[in-house]
Design a protein around this ligand. Structure first.
Ligand code: GTP
Ligand code: MG
Length: 196
């Protein structure tokens, strides 16, 4: 699909009141802080700095919407699980991200990004449970940090414990990028309807 190469920033939202009106189907990127959600979006759209990334966990604090022409949107969510985040901010995360995931009528699926070295933490499992039957792709990010043997082991164990598509991914080496783009394009095809 040409759309992935036409990505543009649409809006940044700090609360339900300032979210862009629902439009084309949306694919949201969720996961712990610092696992590479924003980097994955950049890799998928072939841009270096469309979504802001950082070495410091907690870079993304707002929900950021990117449009792929007028056919779809990618949604970069703030990460969870960063130990230093104060309690008040965690509650804010739940309201903001939980609210979006629970009620966005144009959401067609969630990409759960997990560091391939530490997949399926308790918070990831909680999110999977919260999502219920929302379509899910698990990206095992930073795969470049693992040997081939470690990659196979992680892939097999996550596949065994998740009812979802699972892919190894690296924004650095671009491993898995084409494959994931194809998979997500499938979610956006006309026969894939939003859940409501
Ligand atoms: P928050 O917005 O804080 O939730 O983080 P995020 O999940 O959006 O992570 P981000 O994309 O900002 O990346 C965090 C750090 O990991 C940055 O220093 C990236 O350069 C690095 N990183 C991201 N993806 C990869 C990857 O595939 N391989 C390697 N080696 N580093 C990566
Ligand atoms: Mg981010």
């Amino acid at each position: 699909m040409k759309a992935f190469s036409q990505a543009q920033f649409l809006a940044s939202s700090a609360g339900s009141a300032d979210m862009p009106l629902p439009g084309p189907p949306e694919i949201a990127f969720a996961g712990r802080s610092n696992v590479g959600k924003s980097s994955a979006i950049n890799a998928l759209v072939g841009r270096k700095r469309l979504a802001f990334t950082s070495k410091t966990p907690g870079r993304t604090q707002t929900i950021n919407f990117f449009e792929l022409g007028d056919s779809a949107r990618l949604v970069d969510l703030p990460g969870y699980g960063y130990a230093k985040v104060p309690q008040a901010l965690r509650a804010q995360w739940r309201t903001l991200v939980g609210g979006y995931l629970a009620s966005r009528e144009t959401l067609v699926g969630v990409v759960l990004v997990m560091d391939a070295r530490h997949p399926l933490t308790p918070l990831d499992a909680q999110l999977v449970e919260f999502l219920g039957d929302v379509r899910l792709l698990a990206l095992l990010s930073k795969a470049d940090k693992l040997t081939k043997a470690e990659q196979s082991g992680t892939l097999a164990s996550v596949k065994a414990s998740l009812r979802a598509d699972v892919r190894l991914f690296s924004s650095e080496t671009r491993q898995g990028v084409e494959d994931c783009r194809d998979l997500l394009e499938g979610w956006l095809s006309p026969s894939s309807r939003p859940r409501k």
